[in-house]
Write a protein that binds this ligand. Structure first.
Ligand SMILES: Cc1cc2nc3c(=O)[nH]c(=O)nc-3n(C[C@H](O)[C@H](O)[C@H](O)COP(=O)(O)OP(=O)(O)OC[C@H]3O[C@@H](n4cnc5c(N)ncnc54)[C@H](O)[C@@H]3O)c2cc1C
Length: 498
């Protein structure tokens, strides 16, 4: 019996463990609902809902090839022991996982269980990660990533012979209850959804992509929206790269050189994001402690002890008094997705203007983002908070962001219906409305919509100086402070990862 343990790799294509197992004999395809993962503070009902749909889709794909997905609930070593008691096996196959600490600790326990039982655990690499103590120092990681990305995805097995297990005790299939509610506007999970999005993106949206990503209005339909599918491994980077190459080679482009050049430039822009993703995975693999600790220890003590729970609650509930910020938070509450610029604005306001340590906002956002991916998430937390190293810290002016990205107030009015009647002149700074205007439009600040929680310019100035001083005191070189709205403190450019 060949055991394939599905984790964050819910697909049958480009799945080396499944292909190898199916070639070797009858397959027990397993998914484990593990309390250590599900009850962790970064997991939410929205994740559970998305995973459920992806599992249904995986099950159907396995069935089409004669196989089936067996789902069990419990801790991995205990469940493996139960299976082994019923039918000993020699090999466990899965993908490597570069996830949160809960998954890492679970993997250590599973590795120990395998050693104790003489089981070989074959873990195939994924996401272009090189697993070793300090992979980048030892090997040319970028060259390996490029080689991985441009190689052919592994074909799915044509036929799977399911392994027959005697019935397991019923306790193993009882679903675990996840606290909270799923999101009404959440994207649906499943392989067909992922392929549909990829096809539509490559066929029509990619040319406009570089111009669509910043504004939350255009990003909603102009970005690929593949992130949750990548996060749960429903689709792989390699499959996306293959689709990109096919697009470049499509016959209609052969006759239009200018159009081809435009498309290639948009594809390169998109590929940069996939490479950032891979870079963050490699960082997380080398520095898993970034989930809990500042990447640069010199920044320890900077925000600790100053956490204001009222600030946190108002930020979390979308009640900061800054319309662009609150509208973005409301969209996130409803859908579980928001574009990158808005994520950056939300987070930077929490960790800089509100001076909250990044850990609580990180956990809250992790539960909100259906595409929560620890490797990307914690790198981003620390870059925005200024704890990642020299010159890191990103701050966005919420008023300027609104003026640039939502000039007519369409996004703000859509997600903050209370502000619909506010005149254009005040839509991003409603606290400046004279009392007579407040009465006329029926929006009284402090009653119908909150007054600003802090003076954002003042708060940003203070945060910049505290982070800058701490970085210098920690022996980091000061870097240039520039940005499109004068608020962004550059230095740890994402591209610098490469
Ligand atoms: C504070 C903060 C937290 C974030 N947390 C997550 C997270 O938990 N999970 C997650 O998938 N993304 C995260 N991102 C990155 C980015 O915002 C999302 O990947 C993107 O918005 C997802 O939408 P999309 O699939 O339409 O992206 P597209 O713009 O279509 O990009 C395609 C893919 O490239 C990758 N990508 C895009 N932007 C980035 C980036 N800045 N860094 C790394 N990879 C990127 C993603 O896998 C994405 O699906 C975070 C960004 C910030 C600023």
């Amino acid at each position: 019996m060949e055991i394939v343990w599905f984790k964050r790799d819910l697909r049958i294509r480009d799945h080396a463990p499944l292909a190898d197992a199916a070639a070797a004999g009858p397959v027990l395809a397993l998914f484990l609902h593990e309390p250590e993962i599900i009850l962790a503070p970064d997991f939410s009902a929205a994740h559970a809902g998305f995973i459920r749909e992806c599992l249904d889709s995986l099950h159907a794909a396995l069935q089409e090839r004669g196989g089936e997905l067996v789902e069990m609930t419990g801790s991995a070593p205990g469940l493996l022991e139960q299976i082994w008691q019923q039918q000993p096996f020699a090999t466990l196959r899965s993908h490597q996982e570069t996830g949160n600490r809960a998954s890492y600790q679970r993997d250590e326990l599973v590795a120990a269980w395998c050693r104790a039982h003489g089981v070989t655990w074959r873990q195939s690499p994924q996401n272009g990660v090189i697993r070793s103590q300090d992979a980048r120092a030892k090997r040319d990681w970028i060259a390996e990533l490029d080689a991985y990305s441009s190689s052919e995805p592994v074909k799915p097995p044509r036929h799977i012979i399911p392994a027959k297990l005697p019935a397991m005790p019923t306790g193993f299939v009882a679903p675990l209850q996840v606290a909270g509610h799923d999101k009404p506007g959440r994207m649906k999970g499943g392989r067909a959804e992922a392929i549909g999005l990829l096809t539509a993106f490559m066929r029509t949206k990619i040319s406009r992509y570089p111009y669509a990503i910043s504004s939350p209005i255009t990003a909603e339909h102009g970005c690929s929206r593949l992130s949750p599918f990548l996060a749960y491994g429903v689709i792989t980077m390699r499959e996306i790269v293959l689709a990109m190459n096919r697009r470049v080679d499509s016959p209609e482009l052969a006759v239009n050189e200018a159009e081809r050049e435009r498309l290639i430039s948009a594809l390169r822009f998109f590929a940069d994001r996939l490479r950032w993703r891979a870079g963050y995975f490699q960082n997380m693999e080398s520095m898993p402690q970034m989930e809990f600790d500042n990447i640069h220890p010199g920044m320890n003590g900077l925000r600790e002890g100053e956490f204001d729970p009222v600030f946190f609650a108002r930020w979390r509930d979308g009640e900061t008094g800054y319309p662009m910020m609150d509208a973005a938070m409301h969209m996130l509450h409803h859908t579980g997705w928001i574009n990158m610029r808005m994520r950056g604005m939300l987070l930077s306001f929490a960790v800089n203007e509100l001076w909250l340590h990044w850990r609580e906002p990180a956990l809250f956002l992790a539960r909100e983002f259906v595409d929560y991916e620890p490797a990307i998430h914690y790198n981003q937390m620390q870059i925005h908070a200024g704890t990642a190293g020299a010159g890191s810290m990103l701050a966005y002016n919420p008023v300027k962001q609104a003026q640039e990205l939502d000039p007519k107030g369409i996004f703000v009015r859509r997600w903050l219906p209370a502000l619909r009647a506010v005149p254009d002149a005040y839509i991003f700074t409603p606290w400046t409305m004279p009392p007579a205007v407040q009465t006329t439009c029926g929006v009284v600040i402090g009653t119908d919509y909150p007054a600003p929680l802090v003076d954002h310019l003042d708060a940003a100035r203070q945060a910049r100086s505290r982070v800058g001083d701490a970085q210098i005191a920690a022996g980091m070189r000061p870097q240039s402070v520039r940005g499109r709205d004068g608020q962004k403190v550059a230095g740890t450019s994402q591209v610098a990862l490469f």
